[in-house]
Design a protein around this ligand. Structure first.
Ligand SMILES: *Cc1c(COP(=O)(O)O)cnc(C)c1O
Length: 362
């Protein structure tokens, strides 16, 4: 028997989430964000369900080239642009667009050989203070880029530090508006959190990531309340059942001790699969479709769950670590992290399975 841990990817849910994002920003063009192997779902695997998007955004050049190699013909944007000048010819030859966020990247484009123009997205730093040009410098930077024969500016863009918080976008929006004053290029601002409040954020392009995969960018709003459904279901089975006497414990470090006799199940899933090792006792899990919690410390290949109240659970019983019926955001919150991290952490050794690989509809 093969190890029963499987990440099941529901392409119909992904397709529906793309449509849901469209409803939030009906007039904007959409770049579906597929960085980090499509947030852990598998880039090639999810591609057929993303044909409702106008293009894709990611930051790994090798993956972008793979997309072209498998025939993806729409816009592809590298969200951090080129890291080295030798990437510029590959980008130009493949019609891949790039973010430009630094003077050193402008210098790379200045050196570019004559050829097809490279689509460029000029990044403005509106307070995130990671990448981008200071707002007052933006008009001159745009003039400089627009004058380069290798370049065609596509958008002026920014990324919010706190679009998931009330009031978190007022100051950045004002800075962005000041940077763009008098510039005619389309604007690109909204990540998932910005899309949910698109009426305030606006822009001609949007860049949804986490929402497409059916998780929430917010701490206080569930994915279900946003109208998106989980795409990944991480499922496994019980591979062992133990009966503990009062006073006995389970797992490394004996971090759970039974106060009364207890039945616990051992699940084939551990931190080497990407399950968070820091998940405390009581992190939610479904066993036989019923909600229970983890007990004891998560180990490399296994974790334990409480079977109190699930008397029919036994070896081979179905376990859901997250997905439909158990939002990944609840598991993440229990473990002190976010759904983004859990999705991206699903390990290469986990088997994947695709359900509902629905044909593209027109
Ligand atoms: C990752 C990323 C996004 C998508 O963010 P989500 O919160 O996942 O929607 C959008 N824009 C940029 C520049 C990003 O790096």
């Amino acid at each position: 028997m093969t190890r029963p841990l499987v990440a099941q990817v529901d392409l119909a849910a992904l397709r529906a989430n793309v449509a849901r994002v469209r409803q939030y920003a009906p007039d904007a063009s959409m770049l579906a964000v597929v960085k980090a192997n499509a947030y852990g779902h598998g880039l090639e695997r999810v591609l057929p369900a993303l044909d409702g998007a106008d293009g894709l955004a990611l930051l790994e050049l090798d993956a972008a080239l793979r997309l072209r190699a498998c025939g993806y013909a729409r816009t592809i944007v590298l969200l951090e642009g080129c890291f080295e000048a030798r990437e510029v010819p590959a980008v130009a030859a493949s019609g891949i667009e790039i973010v430009v966020h630094s003077r050193s990247q402008i210098a790379m484009l200045r050196e570019a050989k004559p050829g097809p123009r490279i689509g460029v997205h000029v990044k403005v730093n509106t307070g995130m203070n990671r990448l981008g040009f200071a707002p007052p410098a933006v008009p001159a930077i745009c003039d400089e880029l627009a004058a380069l024969p290798a370049v065609e500016i596509r958008t002026v863009m920014t990324h919010f530090a706190s679009a998931d918080e009330d009031g978190g976008i007022d100051a950045p929006l004002a800075r962005f508006a000041a940077a763009c004053r008098g510039l005619a290029w389309p604007r690109s601002l909204a990540n998932s959190a910005g899309i949910v409040r698109f009426a305030e954020v606006g822009g001609e392009w949007v860049r949804p990531g986490i929402m497409l995969y059916g998780a929430t960018p917010f701490t206080r709003r569930s994915a279900a309340s946003l109208g998106v459904a989980p795409v990944m279901k991480l499922r496994s089975r019980l591979i062992g059942v133990q009966t503990l006497a009062a006073g006995e414990s389970v797992g490394y470090g004996a971090s759970f001790t039974a106060r009364e006799p207890a039945r616990i199940g051992i699940v084939a899933c551990g931190y080497a699969d990407g399950y968070p090792r820091h998940a405390p006792n009581g992190t939610p899990v479904l066993v036989c479709g019923r909600r229970t919690g983890t007990v004891g410390r998560v180990s490399m290949d296994m974790l334990a769950v409480d079977l109190a109240g699930i008397p029919d659970a036994d070896v081979d019983s179905e376990v859901v670590l997250w997905g439909e019926g158990l939002p990944i955001d609840e598991v993440a919150a229990a473990a002190g992290t976010v759904g983004y991290e859990l999705l991206c952490a699903v390990a290469p050794r986990v088997a994947f399975d695709t359900v509902a690989p629905a044909a593209a509809h027109a």
